[in-house]
Structures are given as C-alpha cells and as structure tokens.
Design a protein around this ligand. Sequence first.
Ligand SMILES: Nc1nc2c(ncn2[C@@H]2O[C@H](COP(=O)(O)OP(=O)(O)OP(=O)(O)O)[C@@H](O)[C@H]2O)c(=O)[nH]1
Ligand SMILES: [Mg+2]
Length: 408
Amino acid sequence: MARTDTFTRWSVIASGEGGGRIASQFFDRSENPGIDDRILVMNTNRADLRNTIDRMQGGMGTDRDEDEMMESHALEFGSQQGAGNFFPNGEACAREDLDRIVENIKEFGTTDAFMHVATLGGGTGNGSIPYVVDQFKNGLEDLNDNGASERWMDSVIHTAFGVWPYYYEQPQRHFNAVCGLSRLLRTGEGEQNGDMVLLAANSHLDEEENGNGRHYDSINDAIITAIDLMIGAGRETRSVIDVKDYVTIPSQMDAYHFTPAVATELNGNVYELEYMLDQAAENTYVPMDVGTTQAAYAIVRAPESMIENDEITEPDVYGAFRDWTGKHDINVAGQASLTPKRGRGSDIDVLLLLGGFDLNPLLEHSWDEFEMLGDSLAGQGRGEGDLSRAELDRIVDNLESYVERNAE
Ligand SMILES: Nc1nc2c(ncn2[C@@H]2O[C@H](COP(=O)(O)OP(=O)(O)OP(=O)(O)O)[C@@H](O)[C@H]2O)c(=O)[nH]1
Ligand SMILES: [Mg+2]
C-alpha cells in the first residue's frame, strides 16, 4: 500500500464530447497506474454523456452498470443542453455548476495532479476546462468546506490537454481553438493558467484528414499513449521525472506549452537510442520546428528485463538525450529518464515532451478564420454566455504576448 502514497495520484477531468471520448479510452484498459478510476467526464448534454458512458462500460467488462458509471464518473452541468459550439456558453455552464463539479472531484480523495482534457474546437469542453482550471487554482477559497487553514487545491498541479480542430473545419471551430489556447495559457488577469498546456492537432495526427470516427480513435490512442508515458515516468523507481519537474522550469521561463512526440515499439536490439529520439521527434503532435524547443523531457520506457540485464541503462539514456539535444542545437532546460514496463522482449517506447516552441506553425492554420469571426462574435450574447469586445481583446492580447515571447 505504501506505493500508492509515494507516487503521484493523478485525476482526469474531461469535458465535452471529444474530451470525453479521449478520457473514455482509459477505461478500455485493465489498469491505469497513477489514475486508477479517478476519471470524471462532464458534458452539458445528457445524450452525449450517455454515449460516453456506454463507451466506457464497453471497456470495463460486465460488472459495472450504466447507472453506477453515470453516478461515479459522469456529470451533466449547466442548465442548457449543449453550448451551441460557442465557448462562452460552455464557460457559463461551468460557472453555474462549479460547486457540483467540485463535489464530484472531492469524491476522488487526494489528488496531486490533474489532467484536464478538452477539444479546442468545440464550445463545451473548450469553454469549461480553462475556467475550471482557473477556479481550481485561483478561485476556490469560498468553496472550501470548513475554512481550514490549507486551501484545498494548494500545491496541486494542473496540466491540460487541448486538441486542435482539423484545419478544414468551419471557422467557428478555429475561433474557439485560438480563444481556448489563450485561456488555457492565461487567466483573464493575464497570469499563467494551466501549469502545463499540452497540445495535439487532429490534422497533424491524421494525414488523411477525413475526421470520421475511426480516425478519432487512432488520434485518441496516440493522445492516451503520450499521457500514459508521461504519467508512468513518475511511478516507477530509477530516475523518476515527475510532474513537478515538468512544470517548474517551463513556468519560470513563461514557456509552458508542450507537444508530445512519440515513437513506440522500437526494437532495442537494433536501434541506437539517439535514433529512437529522432524517431519520436519526427512524430510531434502539432506542426512545429523542433529547433525552436525551449524545454525538453525524454522518457524512455523499456522492458524490465532489459533494464535488469543492463541492456539499457540510465547513463545510456542521459547520454543519448544530451547528444540528441546537441545535434538539434537546442540548448534547453531538460531531463531524461528511463522507466520500466512489465515483461520481457526488446520493444522500447520513447516520449519527448517538447515545450516552449514557436506556436506560429500551428496558429497559421487558424488565425485568418479567427480574425474573420472575431468582429461578428464579440458583443453578441448567444444563450447564457456572452463575449464582450473587451474580453475578446484581452484573450487576443494574452495569446499574442505569450506567442511573441516564444517565437523565434
Ligand atoms: N481528437 C479528437 N477530436 C475530436 C473528437 N471528437 C471531436 N473532436 C474535435 O473536436 C471539435 C468539436 O468539439 P466537441 O468535442 O464535439 O465539442 P464539445 O466540447 O462537446 O462542445 P459543443 O460545441 O458544445 O458540442 C472538432 O474540432 C472535432 O474535430 C475526438 O474524439 N477526438
Ligand atoms: Mg458537444
């Protein structure tokens, strides 16, 4: 039992349909070290929520009934059915029901770190998640039960995973995405919001770009694989890199957006580690220039038996990482770690978390649509949510100043 106390306890909060679909994949597996079943999926729309729960049930075997899953892992929030693909509505719904969201999260018991998950093209997840992160970090004083001396969420780390829309999607999705990225990065006051903001772009991960359900599945798999590797590195012995290590320096540098870059099942008897890092770097989850990276973490996961037999060692991994960063001329804050996976064989998985890179290659795909829509959407209340010109201007300023600092 001591183990569970020592290792980081993660919780996953997903909001909106795509976010829920991603989180539901955790339930397809027999175990989720680090997360267990601390997973909450939220939606403004009850039918969507039922669909997500059906999917989760499918993965959990026969012993969980739908009502129990709805009770313990799902939350319908807000008084509207849906957010009409307009993010201020998603935010308004979360504001309406913040206390219920908090109650649900408290059921998880103590948590060291959250992974918040949303697609950025929609209104529900993208509207609510940045707000929830901000409230959990900065706004919950009056929600503390008993006025206890310690604030409930102090020292808890909030990472967020945002998914960029397909490039061909309608302008409103891109409008939402640009606003969502800004709001994940910065609060309304222009302070840091998420402790770490991870990004993946649908078009970048799905070259065929046809966005049907099957493709979502493979994109979502890739996202889960990255989260899994990231969380796993904080669980086992050896050189543990944990979430505190990921967030501290990038936050100090004001460069805390990241993309995963992953290569899995590489034959460790055949390939050099440095080549494996290169393979991962070729598979970043957003379009980016690796040379603009300002912070990088490498997690190499190898079969226990390889590590025990010294076929792969920590010094090997450090050395390869040093050579790799040197070769790309990225003089970065960084760290590497070797983490075991069960079993034998020689398959090695590599995750690079690349941070602080120039965001323009991603934003390029959305900026025109964003600007085109901004004027018509600001000042218009649609449903509960409202977006004033001043709010939109602040969202734009926050993102522009963050991006400028981190551009070439
Ligand atoms: N990677 C991935 N992207 C998804 C998935 N489902 C939807 N998306 C993308 O997410 C965006 C739509 O967001 P949804 O998640 O459907 O929206 P929502 O959060 O439910 O918000 P509403 O607009 O209020 O319905 C589009 O850009 C889709 O391409 C998914 O399962 N995986
Ligand atoms: Mg929806």
